[in-house]
Write a protein that binds this ligand. Structure first.
Ligand code: SAM
Length: 283
């Protein structure tokens, strides 16, 4: 039984970390014309009006996107952060931040005519909300009510020259960490050049560590790891203190661009925030 609903967390620091990385990744991949199959394995509902009850309940966006929005004049249009905020501004009806978009929107915002987008969502209500959104004209988008990891594996090998995937589970089940490793390996086996982005939470329980250790030993080259620490967890605290991201086969020098952008993010998020990155597996 799925109970997670992303609206409770929309726009938090982890969303900012993940969506900024996705935006940078897609921009870098689109430097070449050849078509890309884009896959969002855990799409959520796509758009989150901030005034809604669920989003207001925890108000996590106030410690995330709102902090950046309030300082947006500080980021030039020639920086990744500035470009990303300008894209977000195009969705708003006024100067006030009213809606925060989820990953389907970030994919759709930059999708080109030659790119194919598949959005998987398993929760019936979330899928319905995603499906009822205005389809983007001229764009090839499939919204699938189903399991994103199984669906992704079934799609291999894809029909376009390139593949770019976001894997962003809710980690309601501890088994999801193992499922991701299995999926990662299955995709790479059929599509060696696949570009995969995997998000994971940093929790005091350290559940992500086994996933990282297994992937580091899997013999899959070129996995870059980025961790945005939001705050130091207090004694006995079980909540998420940071946001982690793995990028398989990132385009050349994207790691440098993201390092710069994430260092700027950490500055905005406060004195306890910092960003660390490394190659989990090299060439
Ligand atoms: N990617 C979204 C974003 O960035 O805006 C947020 C996704 S949220 C963290 C995870 C979503 O995955 C939830 O909407 C949940 O219902 C959905 N989900 C859970 N298990 C799934 C599965 N096996 N396949 C597809 N979707 C799943």
């Amino acid at each position: 039984m799925l109970s997670y609903q992303h609206a409770y967390h929309a726009g938090n620091f982890a969303d900012v970390h993940k969506h900024l990385a996705l935006f940078g990744l897609l921009g870098a991949l689109q430097a070449k014309d050849s078509a890309i199959t884009l896959v969002d394995t855990h799409a959520g509902r796509g758009l989150y009006p901030l005034a809604e009850r669920m989003t207001q309940q925890n108000g996590e966006y106030r410690e995330g996107i709102q902090k950046l929005w309030d300082r947006r004049a500080a980021f030039g249009d020639d920086t990744l952060l500035g470009e990303w905020l300008a894209c977000l501004a195009r969705l708003q009806k006024s100067e006030r931040l009213q809606v925060y978009p989820g990953s389907p929107w970030w994919f759709g915002a930059v999708q080109r005519r030659q790119d194919l987008l598949s959005l998987f969502e398993l929760h019936p209500g979330e899928h319905h909300a995603l499906d009822s959104q205005q389809p983007m004209a001229q764009k090839q988008i499939r919204r699938i009510h189903g399991d994103g990891l199984a669906g992704l594996v079934k799609m291999q090998p894809v029909t376009t020259p390139r593949l770019c995937v976001l894997i962003d589970p809710s980690y309601e089940l501890k088994t999801e960490y193992r499922e991701i490793v299995k999926t990662f390996k299955a995709v790479v086996k059929k599509t060696r050049h696949a570009v995969l982005a995997v998000w994971y939470p940093l929790l005091p329980a350290g559940r992500h560590q086994a996933m990282l250790d297994t992937l580091a030993r899997a013999g899959i080259p070129k996995i870059w790891q980025s961790e945005l620490i939001h705050h130091a967890p207090a004694e006995g605290d079980h909540g998420m203190y940071g946001s982690g991201l793995l990028l398989l086969n990132p385009p050349w020098q994207l790691d440098r661009t993201l390092d710069t952008a994430f260092a700027e993010l950490a500055d905005v998020f406060g004195k306890d925030a910092r960003h660390n990155s490394r190659w989990l597996s090299g060439e």
